[in-house]
Design a protein around this ligand. Structure first.
Ligand code: CO
Length: 134
């Protein structure tokens, strides 16, 4: 069911500093900073030849990223995103298999303007999984 690894998301306190690290120290192609008020995050994408890294930092008071950074003050891997062909079919299959789909199971529009869903980390070895319709 899952296809390509779309991105690995890393939560950071200082988005500009993290983007500079990827640009200057790692020599990566760094995209523009964008705000996603629906998700309570600011995002910068790093383009790699085979996938992307998503640097995310809190936007607004009750950002889910703020809580993550409280527990992980230097930042850390926040989620990984797999591509699926059909997000509603994927959701139904997961629910049928007993997995917990966050947000009431209704897809939201993700960073690339495509529908996304998040799956409970306890069902996936402690990793928050995002599915994105490719
Ligand atoms: Co993501």
């Amino acid at each position: 069911m899952i296809g390509k690894l779309n991105h690995v998301a890393i939560a950071v306190n200082d988005l500009r500093a993290a983007a500079d690290t990827y640009r200057n120290l790692l020599g990566a192609t760094v995209g523009k900073e964008t705000e996603q008020p629906d998700h309570g995050v600011k995002v910068v994408f790093i383009d790699l030849p085979n996938t992307k890294v998503e640097l995310i930092s809190p936007l607004g008071e009750d950002s889910p990223i703020a809580r993550f950074l409280d527990k992980n003050p230097v930042g850390g891997i926040h989620h990984i995103c797999y591509e699926v062909d059909d997000i509603l079919a994927a959701r139904d299959r997961l629910l049928q298999g007993g997995a917990r789909v966050l947000g009431g199971g209704q897809p939201k529009t993700g960073a690339h303007g495509k529908p996304v869903l998040f799956l409970h980390p306890k069902d996936f070895n402690g990793v928050l999984v995002e599915l994105e319709e490719a």
